[in-house]
Design a binder for this molecule. Structure first.
Ligand code: SF4
Length: 429
């Protein structure tokens, strides 16, 4: 069956295609390239320097979706990377060892600067040490982001990050780009980011409707594409979210469910929240396991991996460096466990969800550590069923269809029994 695509998806596809073309042409255009990570990224700063970002995680997930990751992971393992290393890393390194041909089959340029924005995952550090070995001529900038151990952003921590931006990161970007930072350009990027963020949060909050007009997980990973990667701060990004919000409003008005690759959801049977990233190598099959049960995701933590806007944070031109510092510190993996649980609880309560699914990713300790404690806490607080499944990001060896299906079948049975019980209580009341 053909995959159904909405206008916003087509628009996003074009944006990505243009971006990879621009990356393949840097030798002619002279544009400089920054490799950096998604969580708490500095997209506005990179754009203000008129440079192009490359996100290794995005290349890995794209390779996973295009069924290329297995080969890249093998290449990295043959080069000595052990089996338990994060599969994003191995997929990315394997791709580079095979010539750094990106997901669109175009040559990716080498980095002029490696910008390590360190937000809570130690693997980031090791990943960049390896990239440093592959690209010894690249400039290195390290931005250390303090973990929210006590669930707060201390003013001293914001100052600490601002100081690093001013003294370490910006001077290195000025050196690589050969330009002084243009404060006006940066401020304009911040304002456009805030507009896009307002629209994205409206899209996510639309899941409070019944039926939900969006799938906040499988659809959500497309919704976060532009804002968490190369496009935040651009006019194209704002226009993408305007188009998306228009589609969502149409579905709210006509009481329509989300569009999936299998078609529109006809009957929303279960409203779920999910913790953890999706599996990319079997993305469509994985989505279908939920679609077949009439399950729609109304909230997901993974769609906050780049940054959390649910409590009001927006990029601001008023004090751009403080704004960047707060953004980096606020991203999901830089939050402590009680904060993460609080966010899950908020999604469940706000959207009146029937259950929680935890997708524990073999590769990713940043997400997986503490998930069993989170599960027990949510069960105790809200008395709702929790389904626990295990997959991986881009290593297809850790996707077992029958195991996942068995666990989900039991989970959906539990949900069904609760629905029947609630219906019989209502009938006798
Ligand atoms: S362990 Fe998780 S957060 Fe860290 S690099 Fe791998 S996928 Fe990203």
């Amino acid at each position: 069956m053909d995959v159904q695509k909405e206008n916003s998806m087509i628009k996003q596809k074009q944006m990505l295609a243009d971006h990879f073309i621009a990356l393949s042409q840097v030798q002619e255009t002279g544009k400089k390239v920054a490799y950096t990570f998604v969580p708490g990224n500095l997209a506005e700063l990179i754009t203000a320097f008129d440079m192009l970002p490359v996100y290794p995680e995005i290349n890995s997930l794209q390779s996973g979706m295009r069924k290329k990751s297995h080969d890249f992971i093998r290449e990295a393992e043959d080069a000595g990377y052990p089996e338990d290393v994060c599969s994003y890393v191995k997929c990315d390194i394997g791709m580079m060892l095979q010539g750094n041909i990106g997901p669109t089959d175009q040559q990716l340029p080498s980095p002029d600067i490696l910008l390590l924005s360190y937000t809570g995952c130690f693997v980031f550090m090791k990943w960049f040490e390896n990239l440093r070995r592959l690209y010894p001529n690249a400039e290195i900038a390290m931005l250390h982001i303090p973990y929210q151990a006590d669930g707060r952003m201390e003013p001293s921590a914001i100052k600490y990050v601002k100081d690093q931006l001013r003294k370490e990161v910006i001077p290195k970007f000025e050196k690589v780009s050969g330009k002084k930072l243009d404060d006006t350009a940066l401020g304009e990027c911040m304002a456009r980011s805030a507009s896009a963020e307002d629209l994205l949060i409206k899209v996510f909050e639309s899941a409070k409707h019944r039926p939900s007009p969006i799938d906040a997980y499988f659809g959500g990973v497309y919704y976060i594409g532009p804002i968490f990667t190369s496009f935040r701060g651009s006019q194209a990004c704002v226009e993408y979210y305007e188009a998306l919000w228009e589609e969502v409003q149409y579905r709210i008005l006509h009481k329509l469910g989300p569009i999936t690759p299998e078609g529109a959801v006809k009957e929303e049977k279960y409203r779920l929240v999910v913790e953890g990233p999706p599996n990319w190598t079997h993305f469509r099959d994985f989505w279908r396991l939920f679609y077949d049960h009439g399950a729609v995701f109304v909230g997901s933590t993974y769609t906050r991996v780049g940054g959390v806007y649910d409590y009001g944070f927006r990029h601001s031109a008023e004090d751009p460096l403080a704004s960047m510092a707060e953004y980096c510190m606020g991203c999901y993996t830089n939050r402590n466990l009680p904060q993460r649980i609080e966010l899950i609880e908020k999604f469940i309560r706000d959207c009146d969800a029937d259950g929680l699914v935890i997708n524990s990713i073999k590769s990713c300790n940043s997400f997986s550590a503490g998930q069993l404690a989170m599960m027990r806490d949510i069960e105790a607080r809200l008395s709702i069923p929790v389904g626990f499944i295990e997959t991986d990001l881009v290593d297809p060896r850790y996707y077992s269809y029958s195991n996942i299906k068995n666990r989900l079948d039991s989970f959906f049975q539990m949900l069904e029994q609760r629905k029947e019980l609630a219906a019989s209580v209502r009938a006798t009341a």
